[in-house]
Every structure is written in structure tokens, then in C-alpha cells.
Design a protein around this ligand. Sequence first.
Ligand SMILES: O=C(O)CCC(=O)C(=O)O
Ligand SMILES: [Fe+2]
Length: 363
Amino acid sequence: MASTASEVSQQVQSNNNRPIFKSVKALTESPELTSLPPSYTYTTNSDDEIVADPDEDDPIPIIDYSLLVTGTPDQRAMTIHDLGKACEEWGFFMLINHFVSKTIMEKMVDEVFAFFNLREEEKQEYAGKDVMDPVRYGTSSNVSMDKVLFWRDFLKIVVHPEFHSPDKPPGFRETSAEYCRRTWKVGKELLKGISESLGLEANYIEDTMNLDSGWQMIAANMYPPCPQPELAMGIPPHSDHGLLNLLLQNGVSGLQVLHNGKWINVGSTSNCQLVFVSDHLEVVSNGKYKSVLHRAVVSNKATRMSLAVVIAPSLDTVVEPAKEFLDNQRNPAAYVGMKHRDYMQLQKSNRLNGKSVLDRVKI
Ligand SMILES: O=C(O)CCC(=O)C(=O)O
Ligand SMILES: [Fe+2]
């Protein structure tokens, strides 16, 4: 007899102090699954929600990285101007000609799939409990806090200042080391351009955020096909912590960013990196650049994979608005300073819910 949806739904048990959970991937492989288990039913205010494709008159900004790093002084100045505009108006842009080769991006996607295709027991060795665990395999977002489960499995790995990797699959470590090195460089160059776009010295963010010992994390997200995608959510609306997030996806769409009150379908992209302004950049710029709300919806057709690279200050950096912008009367600080480490702890004690963590440091 087929089990009920709730029988095959999420379970969190304790085994040798390690949480053992049912991943979405394992759930989709069980023959009993014909409908969405109730614990995954997500309700949106779909009546007042607008979802749209990008508008020709207001397209998603595209930034040409090669012009930033190898362009003429005029091209670089123009790109910095465009970068500032993209950060201010969208908090999001597509990065082209970024010198992270197609080969390494494809290899990275393959290694991430190879990890998720390991046997469940092998993956569960990395089932972490704490946001500070350097290698953490999990499901949903924060299972102990989530009221509704999200249709997503994830693998999060801290890769800088100390590099970590799961031991399996065999090629993961090497490919990820290379991918992380290259994306870190891209992130740092973008932050130089962004500093300049704010009227600061090129090295301002790099120096004040102590990026030499900066914190880089990769988050691989896996969204298997969902029996009732309209009732589920892959990852709910949120902004990211850190300065920037560079995202790669496997050619399956699902990402939406909030722009002027509408959820814009980003669509499938190949060869480009999607760049998000994250919470700490909003703080440093004293709110001039806003971290972008985004979410991932799911489909019943294909497995979607995305890989986020978070570029963040060192854990001991107190992130606060750049003093250069502040003027007590006309432009007072809009955020209190907080150590990156404490910000992460705050995030851990919250559900993934819009910009609720950032709101805690807003004055
Ligand atoms: O899968 C996506 O497109 C979004 C992932 C994401 O927002 C994240 O990892 O923070
Ligand atoms: Fe995100």
C-alpha cells in the first residue's frame, strides 16, 4: 500500500548527534511520491504578486568585466558608472566576459551534480548543524526554524580564508579550489569598481572589509523536479549576507529577482555570472546600494542547480557604513555596526525571511 504524503515527508532524527534528514532528492526518488507532501506547501499572496519577464525598456543590467579590468581608462570609467547604476537601481546584474572559463564552470556544475548523486549515507556524513560548520549538507533552509519546508537540498562550504572541501566525489576538491580562486578574484575586482562608483578609493572595500582574510563560501543548491511546483518554493524571498554573491546556474530557469515591485524571471543563462548586491554592501554604502530580494521557484520538468559564491568580510570585521558618507545632519548612519560573525549568528537564529536580518541592524 502506498504511504501517505506525510509519511514520506520531512523527518529530522538524531543519530550519534548528527541530524539525519530526508533530502528532497531522496523524496523524489521514492515511488510513493505522487503529490506534494503537506509540509512543503508554501503559500504566497499570489493575488497581489506580479511575476514578469524582463522588460525591453528596463532590461536586467549587463556588465562587461573585461572592460573593467583590461579596458581603456574611458571604458573602465564607463563600466564603473554602469556598475554603480546597476547596484543602485537593481542590486543585481549579469556579468559577461569574466574570464572564468566555460570549461571550469561546466566542470564545477558536474562536480556539484556528482556530490548530490552520491549515496544518501555518504552525503549525510556532512550533515552539519551549525552555520559555522565548514562543510554542511542540508535541506530546505533552516529545518529547525522553517515553518514550511523548501524544495531544495544544499551543500555549503567555507573556502576562504581556509579552504575546505568534501572528500567525495574525487574531483570535487581540485575543481572547486580552482573555481573559488577565480571567482574570488572576480569578486575583488568588482568591489574595486564598486568602491570607485561610490566615490571611494579603489581598495577601500577590500581594505576596510579585510578581504585578505575575507570569508568566501560556496552554496550549491539542488532543486529536483517537483510534483506540484505551483504549491512549493525552492528558496523563499531573501537577500544574502556578505558583500556580493556570484551565481552560476545549470541552464534551467527558476531564479526571480524583485525589481520595482515585480518578480522578474531571470531565465536560463549560460556562460555569465549573476551578481547580487548583498546585505553588507548595503550597510557599507549606507543604503545607497540595496541588497536585492530574490527567490527560486521550482518546476516539474528538470532538476535545477545553482551555485552561489559569497564574497564577504573577514569574520572579525565590524561592518558599518563608510565614515566618508556620513554627516550627522544630512546623512546620518542608517545601520549600526556589527561583526560579520555576529551577523551570521543572527541569521542562524532567524528563518530565511526577506530582509529580516538586515532590518535588525537598521537604525
Ligand atoms: O538558486 C538560485 O537561483 C538562488 C540561490 C540563492 O539565492 C542562494 O543560494 O542564496
Ligand atoms: Fe540568495
